[in-house]
Design a protein around this ligand. Structure first.
Ligand code: GLA
Length: 562
């Protein structure tokens, strides 16, 4: 069972009207769907869509780079989404020529100039070409994921043998995306999820939201990043007016109501974060570092080296050895188990006794990890683990404060301090909720919930910047711009190394802050051509929790929604 309020057992809703899904002006949304349908008909010579689905991007409020370590995260779905129209042409019965022809998967985009079309065989076993970063790779991920899920459920054979699948001649997919690419708002997962939901429906299959979240998380790894499941889970399970605490193993989504007097703002740093292209030196390298940290921590706790090498996440090790997963204990343990600075490959393999790292990461079968180990010789473990454990605590604290708990009780600084005394350690400085060494009157004492939430966001950014090293100059500058403009807190959101910042402010000054940030951060970028003024509303905007994935009824006579 997942958490209370979880919707993982439900199915993706079939929307009966556009306002079930969108807050925007209904006419402009309807016009966008009309464009999708007419692009579909033009591209596929008069064929009509059978199914239309949508799935949104997301903004993560707190909990960065900890989903793949097994810890809960706290994102919300945003209004920007990907919409997909799909149809399946079937072979004519008894037509020998058609019977023998190879079935195809044909993919196109409404913006066909920028996102060129591509045709693939209708073959779920084909590989995704990670060396060429074509946008259709994510469509292929979604397609393959459906069959992986069927295999997992022991239904693959029967589905492939069904009369419907045997008659597939051509699967047609038309895409329109509104989530800015490389912005850290998860355009790739929105695409993967929208495609998966649309194909599932067009293939007359049905998976639960939990199954969809898991299968899209796994299928996106075909694109070359070893990402966790946050983006896909919130894209599928997001809901209007609610942020969600997403849990893993098992997957779940718990409702987190946000304070109504606060507004969240998103700003794009204009530094493009190309997750798949730079994975070997950024994202996937961090996944490798965290796993190495987990292995060395398990070894520190006396595990036999061969056993330690099977550990995959930091959470696994903390749950076993750190007072049943107590995060302050885990933070203390990090200092004992892991050296400051970097380890070289040689040190890890010889001095730490891990042997050939390529074997631990199964490099023969995992190209993503293979490239990481080929291209990097140093690995920072202590800082990465510190970030993960302290960030996991901040998620917990953020949720408790949203639920109305006083910041004083949600944040256990003094308990941490007590623990440090018990285990004879200096408390960790500045990584967790704050610096408990300086002031026993913890900074979370005596402040309101708005400031406490903002403070957690601020500390999260600091930890991302200094411990996890996933920020960049532009993100830091934008965080500062929001803060100088009067935001209560601001932090990078998503994988980082470019992409967006999320800021929080009192609702009545949101517009003022946007105007100020436009002046201080964007105007010079519009002038220098780094950013285009025509994209202004997609670069800097207010956001609120939006609906997750949905299937929309398409009626050729009356439009998308009847
Ligand atoms: C990317 C990944 C997520 C998550 C974030 C960082 O968006 O897809 O799984 O790891 O980065 O929090």
């Amino acid at each position: 069972m997942g958490a209370v309020g979880s919707k993982q057992h439900a199915r993706v809703p079939k929307a009966s009207k556009l306002s079930d899904v969108y807050d925007d002006n209904e006419n402009s949304v309807a016009a966008r769907y009309d464009t999708l349908v007419s692009a579909f008909k033009t591209q596929f010579e008069g064929e009509k869509p059978k199914t239309i689905a949508r799935s949104p991007g997301r903004v993560n409020l707190i909990g960065e780079h900890i989903d793949y370590e097994g810890y809960s995260v706290l994102p919300m779905a945003i209004g920007l989404d990907v919409i997909v129209a799909v149809s399946v042409a079937l072979k004519e019965e008894g037509n020998v020529e058609e019977d023998e022809a190879e079935a195809t998967l044909s993919i196109a985009n409404v913006d066909g100039e920028k996102y060129t079309p591509k045709e693939f065989p209708f073959d779920h076993e084909q590989e995704v070409d990670v060396k060429s970063h074509h946008w259709t790779n994510y469509v292929l991920c979604g397609f393959k994921g459906i069959f992986d899920q069927l295999k997992k459920q022991n239904k693959l054979e029967s589905v492939l043998e069904s009369a419907f699948m045997k008659r597939v001649k051509k699967v047609m997919v038309m895409v329109d995306g509104k989530v800015p690419l490389g912005s850290g708002l998860s355009s790739s997962s929105a695409l993967n999820c929208a495609v998966t939901v649309a194909l599932m429906d067009a293939f007359e299959l049905s998976f639960t939201k939990g199954e969809l979240s898991e299968l899209t998380c796994l299928s996106e790894r075909y694109s070359g990043t070893q990402s966790g499941g946050m983006d896909q889970a919130i894209s599928i399970m997001g809901e209007k007016d609610l942020a969600k605490r997403i849990d893993f193993n098992p997957i779940g989504a718990m409702d987190v109501p946000l304070p109504t007097n606060l507004t969240f703002l998103i700003g794009n740093s204009c530094a493009v974060s190309k997750k798949a292209e730079s994975a070997h030196k950024h994202y996937n390298l961090r996944v490798v570092e965290c796993r190495l940290a987990a292995i060395l921590m398990a070894k520190h706790y006396g595990e036999d080296i061969e056993k330690a090498k099977t550990r995959v996440t930091l959470r696994e090790v903390a749950d076993l050895y750190c007072n049943k997963g107590d995060l302050w204990t885990a933070l203390g343990a990090v200092r004992k188990a892991l050296n400051e600075g970097s380890y070289t490959k040689k040190q890890l393999e010889n001095d730490e006794g891990l042997g050939d790292l390529r074997k631990i990461f199964d490099c023969e079968n995992n190209e993503a990890f293979n490239v990481v180990l080929q291209k990097n010789d140093t690995f920072k473990l202590r800082d990465r683990a510190r970030h993960v454990f302290s960030e996991a605590r901040r998620v917990h604290e953020f949720q408790k404060i949203c639920e109305g708990q006083s910041p004083r009780y949600a944040v256990s600084g003094p308990i941490y301090e007590h623990w440090c005394k018990v285990i004879g350690l200096e408390p960790d400085v500045g990584v967790a909720s704050d610096d408990p060494t300086k002031d026993f009157g913890h900074p979370m004492y005596g402040i309101g919930k708005e400031d406490a939430l903002a403070k957690l966001m601020h500390l999260s950014h600091e930890s991302c910047k200094t411990q996890y090293e996933c920020s960049c100059d532009e993100l830091d500058e934008l965080v500062d711009a929001f803060m100088s403009a009067g935001a209560l807190g601001a932090r990078l959101t998503g994988a980082g190394w470019g992409g967006c910042v999320v800021a929080v402010c009192e609702s009545d000054i949101a517009e003022e802050i946007l105007a100020d940030v436009k002046k201080s951060f964007y105007e010079k970028r519009f002038q220098s051509g780094v950013a285009n003024i025509a994209d202004e509303t997609n670069l800097l905007f207010k956001t609120a929790p939006s609906a997750g994935a949905a299937i929309l009824h398409y009626d050729d006579e009356k439009g998308v929604i009847v």
